[in-house]
Design a protein around this ligand. Structure first.
Ligand SMILES: Cc1cc2nc3c(=O)[nH]c(=O)nc-3n(C[C@H](O)[C@H](O)[C@H](O)COP(=O)(O)O)c2cc1C
Length: 223
């Protein structure tokens, strides 16, 4: 499975099998986490066989079953976009290892999580991970024209970037973002107001890069 295929196949999964992760899968996940930690400077940890954080949450939305493994992301303040961008790299790597995932900002018991942020850092979010009872289902998306702005004809690389951005997970499927192709040929991605919208934005940027091909464009304000 390549990255594009993994993005197409990924859907949030909240119900997991009561099955320990295989050693080779754990090793693959740890390798990916270590690479992303080095690249990003974020503090990302894998917690295995710890059921309490995802047990007994009573809300209807965001209820988890048999979730015993999760990833935690901590880091310096103001790194929301990076948390999304680099976290999604791990989500897609997990998908390629045959796992299922769900980003989780709210519907778990934060007090039960053993990992704490280091002094001066912030605990951002968790990602549930395991073998899903199913592979998840496709969900609705806003139409492309509501999520981007292009003057004139849309280049095919941009359209492919949008296709992948629209597949990005966002908190409560809010899709509060706008991607604009500027007249100078660069691309700018902005978030609107919404819970976790900056983390969403990082996820979206990662997806857009995969769809559009990094060689085809540059982000505005980035070298
Ligand atoms: C930043 C972020 C936070 C999320 N928080 C939660 C959560 O607290 N509980 C939950 O069940 N799902 C959570 N989700 C999963 C979203 O509901 C899900 O990604 C969205 O509905 C789109 O569905 P998909 O991931 O299957 O494409 C979160 C997703 C993101 C990106």
């Amino acid at each position: 499975m390549d990255i594009k295929e993994a993005i197409i196949k990924r859907h949030s999964v909240r119900r997991y099998l009561d099955r320990e992760l295989e050693e080779s899968v754990v090793n693959g996940l740890k390798t990916s986490i270590n690479e992303v930690c080095l690249e990003s400077g974020l503090d990302i940890q894998l917690v295995l066989n710890e059921p309490t954080a995802f047990t007994g949450f009573l809300a209807k939305y965001g209820k988890f079953e048999n979730c015993k493994n999760y990833i935690t992301i901590c880091g310096k303040k103001g790194r929301e976009v990076d948390v999304g961008y680099y976290g999604e790299k791990i989500v897609i790597a997990a998908q390629m290892l045959g796992l299922n995932t769900c980003w989780v900002a709210l519907t778990y018991k934060k007090g039960k999580v053993l990992v704490k942020a280091k002094a001066g850092e912030k605990f951002y979010i968790t990602i549930a991970v395991g073998y899903g009872r199913n592979r998840g289902v496709p969900r609705k998306t806003k139409p492309m024209e509501k999520l981007c702005q292009v003057t004139g004809e849309m280049p095919s690389w941009f359209e492919s970037g949008m296709d992948f951005a629209m597949r990005a997970p966002t908190a409560i499927n809010q899709q509060k973002f706008l991607i604009t192709l500027l007249e100078n040929g660069k691309v700018v991605a902005k978030s609107k107001l919404g819970p976790c919208a900056k983390i969403d934005l990082g996820i979206i940027k990662y997806h857009f890069e995969i769809g559009a091909g990094k060689e085809n464009f540059k982000w505005e304000n980035e070298e």
